[in-house]
Every structure is written in C-alpha cells, then in structure tokens.
Design a protein. Sequence first.
Length: 265
Amino acid sequence: MPSFLFSPLNRPVNNWAGKRIWLIGASSGIGAALAKAYLDNGATVMLSARRAEQLEAIAAKHPNARILPFDVQDARAWVEAQNHIKHNLGGLDLILFCAAKYQPERSWEMERSDIANTLQINLNSVYEGVCAALPGMLKQNSGGIGIIASVAGYIGLPNASVYGPSKAALINLAELLYCDLHSRNINVYLINPGFVKTELTEKNNFLMPALQMPEQAAAAIIKGMEKGQFEIHFPRRFTTILKLIQMMPYRWRFFLIDRFVTQQG
Ligand SMILES: NC(=O)c1ccc[n+]([C@@H]2O[C@H](COP(=O)([O-])OP(=O)(O)OC[C@H]3O[C@@H](n4cnc5c(N)ncnc54)[C@H](OP(=O)(O)O)[C@@H]3O)[C@@H](O)[C@H]2O)c1
C-alpha cells in the first residue's frame, strides 16, 4: 500500500515543552481552555484578545504565559503585535486563530455594519495573522497555523447568515494553505468543532446536540495536533452526520434542514 494513504497529513507534535504559541482569542471559551492546556504542557503562550483582565487572570497562574491584548480589527495593531512576538519570543511554532463573532440571525435580520464587523473579525483577521506569522515561519523553515472554523461552514444553515459563510471561507483558506505550505515544513490545521458551551453559543435559544465543554474541545484539538491530523473535527458522533448531509443532493439536504433546523429556530 502506498504510504501517502496512511501517513498523517501534518508532522505529529510529540512534545509541547518550549513550543512558542500565539493564541488569538484566548480570553474565553475554547481559546482560554487551549491556553491553559498548552501552558500545562510546558509551552510558552502569547495570549491575545481585547479583554486584558481575562488574559491577565490566565497568565497569572503560569510563568510561561505572556499577554498581548489588541483588537483583531486593527491592522496597525497586527503589525505592532508581529514586532512584539519577534522581540519577545524570537519566532513562532504555532499561531492559532480562535477569535470570532457570532450573532444568530435569519437573512432578513442582517445589518450592513454588523456583516462587515463579523467578516472583519472572523475572516479578515485570519489573513492579517497569517501575513504577520508566515514570513518568520518560512524563514525558520518550520511552524504551524491552526484555524478554528466550524461545522457551520460545511453547509449553509439558517441562523448563521454571516457566521456560516465566514467559516466556509476559513475552511477553503485552510485547505489552500495546507497545499501551499506542507512542502515548506509548516503544519496547517483545520479545526471544525461542533457545539461547545461558551459565551459564543450562550445566545442560542435552540437545542445544541452533542454539546461539549471548552476543556473537551481543547483536549480534542491538542490530541489532533499530536496525531498530525489536518482536519480536527469533534465530537465525531455529530460532525459525521453533518459530513454525510454535506454529501447529499441539494433536494435531500434542503428537506432535512427544513425539517430539523428551520422549523426549530
Ligand atoms: N462554541 C462553539 O460551539 C463553536 C463551534 C464551532 C466553532 N467555534 C469557534 O471556536 C472559536 C472560539 O469560540 P468560542 O466558542 O470559544 O467563543 P468565545 O468564548 O466567545 O471566544 C471568542 C474569543 O474571540 C475573541 N475576540 C472576539 N472579537 C475580538 C476582537 N475584535 N479582537 C480580539 N479578539 C476578539 C474574544 O475575546 P475578547 O472579547 O476579549 O476580545 C474571545 O477570546 C471561534 O472561532 C468560534 O467560531 C465555536
């Protein structure tokens, strides 16, 4: 059997000790849980988000934590952050994008300013971060880029009018980054969580099947990276169903969405 059929798509991470990680969106939810887990495993972690006090609270318990609060919508702040990382960490082994904005809304409820704002945070900021981190990684001939998208990016779902398309774009971006960067020794991870109990999903007033805690999400992400997976999706009992729906003809897909999603929300 050819080895490319079975070998991991990324280089497995065997040891987090001493790894330099920049977490964007580390003040709450999955990002905060990831920060604690990486720090417990001995990594040096730069924590970014707007709420400095939340970042400080995490960093206070870990000598290897640093904080770098900024708003990901601020292009100048990205340039300053890039310089800060260079001077303080010397380089990066992993940049992980966790920042996002989500507003449950049907298409007739969308507002222009809110659309732009959500796309800026969910999508444009990832481009900013990739542009900030990639030159250094290419130069050192190693590194990793992790993008948290969502199963909401698999298929067009009512209520995710702006969030869903932003996540679909991130899935596409992660795929092309993998193709570009794999041969340059840079790991690229596409992370597609199902429902996780965080501030982001607090706004949902519908049933969230297979809901997980942020610590479970962080453990699944770290395990996926250790195994060298490209797509890290969880919980599988939920994500597998969505993957099957994604493969269905539109007629069946729309029927199921109408029956189980549209009529619920
Ligand atoms: N929860 C779920 O069910 C679920 C499912 C699939 C995918 N995801 C994805 O998982 C990732 C983490 O989400 P979460 O559920 O953990 O939500 P969360 O608790 O709301 O975390 C979002 C993070 O993004 C940061 N952020 C938002 N706007 C920002 C801005 N303008 N500048 C800098 N940071 C900003 C927030 O920090 P500040 O407010 O302090 O800036 C916070 O740290 C997101 O990409 C989300 O789309 C979540």
